[in-house]
Design a protein around this ligand. Structure first.
Ligand SMILES: [Zn+2]
Ligand SMILES: [Zn+2]
Length: 142
C-alpha cells in the first residue's frame, strides 16, 4: 500500500515468453486517445509509461519488432512478443526515452497523475477525471 512503487519494476507479455525490467520510475505517464493507440492496443486508449531508454532491459525471450511512421513522420520501433503478440514498448527514432505499454507492467502505473493526450479523438463514454492535465492533440513541448 505504498504511494509510489519502488524501482525497478518488471513486466512482460501475456504468455510470459518475453520479460523485461525497468530500472527507473516513469518520467511521465500518458493516456493517449489517438486512433493509432486505439488500433495498437485494440482497446479504448493506449497507456504510455515514459522511461529513459537505458532503463529498459529484456530479461527473458526475444521480442519481435515492427516499425511505422508516427504522425510527426518520425519512425517508431514497436516491440512485441512473437508468440502471443502483446505490444510491449515503442521507441521513437533518436529519442532518449522509450514508451512502455502500461498494461504490460506486472504492477501497472496509477493513472491518477496521467496526462491525457489526443482527447479530441476520445471515445464517447470515456471519462477523464476532473483536474487531469489534458490536450486535444499532443502537447508541443517536444
Ligand atoms: Zn507472449
Ligand atoms: Zn496515441
Amino acid at each position: 500500500m505504498s504511494a509510489s512503487s519502488p524501482a525497478p519494476s518488471v513486466g512482460g507479455c501475456q504468455c510470459g515468453a518475453v520479460r523485461f525490467a525497468v530500472a527507473e520510475p516513469p518520467c511521465i505517464v500518458y493516456v493517449c486517445h489517438c486512433r493509432k493507440c486505439r488500433k495498437q492496443s485494440a482497446s479504448a486508449f493506449g497507456i504510455s509509461v515514459i522511461v529513459p531508454r537505458a532503463a529498459l532491459q529484456v530479461t527473458q525471450g526475444t521480442p519481435a519488432h515492427w516499425s511505422c511512421a508516427g504522425d510527426s513522420g518520425r519512425i517508431f520501433d514497436s516491440a512485441f512478443c512473437p508468440t502471443c503478440g502483446t505490444r510491449l514498448w515503442h521507441a521513437g527514432e533518436g529519442n532518449a526515452t522509450i514508451s512502455i505499454k502500461g498494461g504490460s507492467l506486472d504492477e501497472p502505473p496509477t493513472l491518477e497523475d496521467a496526462v491525457h493526450i489526443w482527447v479530441s479523438r476520445k471515445l464517447p463514454g470515456v471519462i477523464i477525471p476532473d483536474g487531469a492535465r489534458q490536450f486535444p492533440e499532443e502537447p508541443d513541448d517536444d
